[in-house]
Design a protein around this ligand. Structure first.
Ligand SMILES: NC(=O)c1ccc[n+]([C@@H]2O[C@H](COP(=O)([O-])OP(=O)(O)OC[C@H]3O[C@@H](n4cnc5c(N)ncnc54)[C@H](OP(=O)(O)O)[C@@H]3O)[C@@H](O)[C@H]2O)c1
Length: 344
């Protein structure tokens, strides 16, 4: 089967923008579902991309939007709940991990069955585990189980939706992706720490020994796009990691070095890391760290053993690609600060 018409949820985000651009560059037709068209405005210009503002939490509406698609890709995810996020984004509320990571995938699976779509690519995260202490990882773990189950079990009986005949499928062809932290221009991980380094000469560093294996956003989107029509990937779960493991302290040192900044990093003990996360959680506005992140960082965010992804997976090294945009972002930041001082 050819996978030419795709429907993407979460296409307006950091990974989503990169993925939708990649799919469009391969000549595929992509319908991006968003809660607000404004969030996906950068994609509107792509000739084979259609942006649809809709209620993605309404299963019937999802089924209507999935009609005619060869595959659905669900990237929706949040890192924090019940905190104020970006001012242009709706505020996340308590319970949103469950709503966005568990209930929404359940609706996506149901809507796929109603619309006769049998191919589903699902974005999870390394560390996802239904028994994790972290609510983020727990909710992601439950969703993974739901998606895998959809790959095994039969779908509901056929019916009709808005007069259209619905086909039941015997079980979906699902692929689950579990990346470590993802880096790239516009990421919210390296860029957040880079901002802190530019701002503060001395930084108390919580969970400094937490381990990550950052993976480049272009590699993640390549893994999604390559797997679409690859039967080898049906029913599989892929952990996606870069070539090297770093502690948080090593990542900060790398960033400071790349930005040409001489900063004092003070690793905090485990107990202080917890209290630091708790204090930062109370800070209004965009979150730097919460206790939720502290719990998630207790589990090493690294791929065990060799990377299972097929077809010559050669992920890019952080050192090879990140300096180009980190340094240019740094230059732009300096000009913006000059403009600000000059009231221009
Ligand atoms: N970034 C990383 O380092 C990383 C690492 C591992 C796994 N992941 C996973 O990768 C996925 C994408 O991450 P990202 O960094 O691209 O995230 P992002 O930039 O924050 O984008 C999240 C997307 O999810 C949608 N969304 C957010 N809250 C929602 C809600 N309450 N209901 C419905 N849709 C909602 C948004 O769509 P609209 O606003 O357009 O509706 C947005 O396009 C997530 O599932 C995340 O857990 C990310």
């Amino acid at each position: 089967m050819n996978f030419e018409r795709l429907c993407v949820l979460g296409g307006s985000g950091f990974v989503g923008m990169a993925l939708v651009s990649e799919l469009a560059s391969r000549g595929l037709f992509v319908r991006v579902l968003t809660r607000r068209r404004e969030h996906a405005k950068a994609l509107v210009l792509l000739p084979t991309v259609e942006v649809v503002e809709t209620d993605v939490h309404d299963e019937r509406e999802l089924a209507r939007q999935f009609m005619g698609s060869d595959a659905v890709i669900n990237l929706v995810g949040i890192l924090h709940e019940s905190v104020k996020g970006r001012v242009d984004r709706p505020e996340a509320r308590r319970g949103d991990f469950h709503r966005t990571h568990v209930e929404l995938p359940r609706k996506v699976i149901g809507a796929c069955a109603q619309a006769g779509v049998s191919r589903l690519l699902h974005m999870s995260a390394l560390g996802a585990d239904p028994t994790s202490r972290s609510a983020y990882q727990r909710s992601k773990g439950i969703a993974e189980a739901l998606v895998r189950e959809a790959g095994l079990t039969a779908s509901p009986e056929p019916g009709t939706l808005n007069g259209a005949k619905l086909t039941a499928r015997r079980g979906m062809q699902v692929t689950v992706f579990r990346p470590s932290v993802i880096f790239g221009p516009g990421d919210s991980f390296l860029n957040l720490f880079a901002r802190l380094l530019r701002l503060l000469p001395i930084i108390p560093l919580a969970s400094s020994r937490a381990r990550f294996q950052p993976v480049y956003v272009n590699d993640v989107v390549r893994a999604f796009a390559d797997s679409l029509g690859n039967p080898e990937s049906f029913g599989k779960t892929y952990d996606l990691c870069g070539p090297k493991v770093y502690t948080l302290l090593e990542l900060m040192q790398f960033l400071a070095h790349t930005l040409g900044l001489n900063r004092k990093l003070i690793p905090l003990s485990d107990r202080l890391s917890y209290w630091n996360a708790w204090l930062l959680e109370l800070k209004p506005g965009a979150k730097i760290m919460t206790r939720e992140n502290y719990y998630a960082m207790q589990t090493p965010n690294v791929c065990e053993g060799s990377n299972p992804f097929p077809s010559g997976w050669q992920p890019a090294a952080l050192e090879a690609v990140a300096p180009s945009w980190l340094q240019s972002a740094s230059q732009r930041g300096r000009y913006q600060s000059f403009r600000h001082q000059a009231h221009r």
